[in-house]
Write a protein that binds this ligand. Structure first.
Ligand code: BGC
Length: 376
């Protein structure tokens, strides 16, 4: 081949690669079967920049999320298991949708319209993350949607009246969109036929250095919150909203997650590290910046935007080296962190907290965006 022809061939190949790369795609494959023989699908969403998310209709689990570092190298930045079987016993709630109620309800009890409801108790004497079989452990109905913003997967689930003790048939819809701006956008909505309570969230454990690549203590974190929600020894809010000023909970300026995590602080001790809701500044219901995390070596940055009043910052305190991740690396303590956008824990028992009551006929709506970029 003469040199000119060779150059032409190389150019054509390059161009084909660029065009193929620049197309947003969504595909569906089989992920496995539940013990009740339900088929579970895995959706692979890819945006025009090559960012890729794999999402299962079991638990709405984000199984992997590959984003570039400052040199264009892609790594999977969420913790997870190698195959579907790993998720059947997903104790840490890796990547899952959480409902009906994110975090704890004290003693699994609350009163609504004069009726006391008793929920499933699955965390000591308390109810955690929706109970024994929460939204993280059910099969949702999934469908693909190619939107202008990017590929999306729509998940719906009908939670029947009485499920895990909650009142009302709750029809839930969650849309994950992988936008062409490198955002994983989550739009939640729900309606009920009887007054109920609701607090949906998402439980990915992030490590911006890549899953399994060490602990997250060097990540720098900013949380846009002047106050946080102190808890008692059972991680139930005391009811106080405390100022972060002068405490290890002040993340108003970028601070390493590990800088103060071992300080002799009563809240850090009872939480085993950070495991607290922060009260996001600004008006709930409007999309505002809740937090920014960055990892110095890769340069990766993640911003969290939400309409929710709070964000639960959890530093993977209960990971203990007993789980092996998808690429074979063992997950040790604090190998991932969560930023779960939500209402405050135990709100049904704290009338002073923003309400989590969803009235019959009303529509619950909530949006959260995890936006990825990198520093030079
Ligand atoms: C809670 C932790 C809990 C973790 C995983 C977090 O949302 O705040 O207390 O251990 O989820 O189960």
């Amino acid at each position: 081949m003469n040199p000119q022809r060779k150059l032409l061939v190389v150019l054509v190949l390059l161009l084909t690669a660029v065009v193929a790369h620049a197309q947003a795609t969504i595909t569906k494959t089989s992920f496995g079967k539940t013990s009740a023989d339900e088929n579970v699908d895995l959706y692979t969403l890819r945006n025009v920049n090559g960012v890729e998310a794999k999402i299962a209709n079991y638990g709405g689990i984000v199984v992997s999320l590959k984003v570039p570092d400052r040199n264009g190298k892609f790594d999977d930045v969420v913790l997870g298991f190698k195959d579907f079987e790993g998720y059947l016993k997903n104790d840490p709630y890796f990547g899952a949708l959480i409902g009906r109620y994110g975090n704890r309800i004290a003693k699994g009890r609350f009163t609504l319209n004069g009726v006391e409801y008793k929920l499933a108790v699955n965390n000591g004497e308390n109810h955690l993350h929706g109970g024994i079989k929460g939204f993280d452990k059910v099969v949702w109905t999934g469908s693909e949607n190619k939107t202008k913003a990017g590929p999306a997967v729509v998940l719906t689930y009908l939670s029947k009246d009485g499920e895990e003790g909650y009142p009302g048939n709750l029809q839930v819809r969650v849309v994950y969109t992988l936008t062409n701006n490198n955002e994983l956008k989550i739009d939640y909505s729900a309606t009920t036929d009887k007054d109920t309570v609701i607090n949906l969230t998402h439980h990915s454990y992030f490590n911006l250095a890549g899953e399994g690549n060490g602990d997250i203590l060097n990540h720098l974190l900013t949380i846009n919150a002047n106050r946080f929600v102190p808890t008692d020894a059972g991680s139930i809010p005391t009811g106080e909203l405390r100022s972060v000023a002068g405490t290890p909970f002040d993340f108003l300026k970028p601070t390493a997650i590990g800088a103060r995590i071992n300080q002799d602080d009563e809240q850090l001790k009872s939480g085993n590290g950070y495991d607290h809701t922060f009260v996001i500044n600004g008006r709930p219901g409007t999309l505002r910046l809740a937090a920014t995390a960055s990892e110095p070596a890769s340069g990766r940055v993640m911003q969290v935007w939400t309409t929710e009043p709070g964000v639960q910052f959890y530093t993977g305190n209960f990971l203990n080296g007993t789980l092996t991740g998808k690429s074979g690396k063992v997950y040790q303590r604090r190998f991932g962190f969560c930023l779960e956008t939500q209402h405050f824990p135990d709100s049904p028992n704290h009338p002073s907290f923003p309400t989590t009551t969803l009235k019959k006929g009303a529509t619950y709506k909530s949006t959260t965006i995890y936006k990825f970029s990198h520093k030079r």
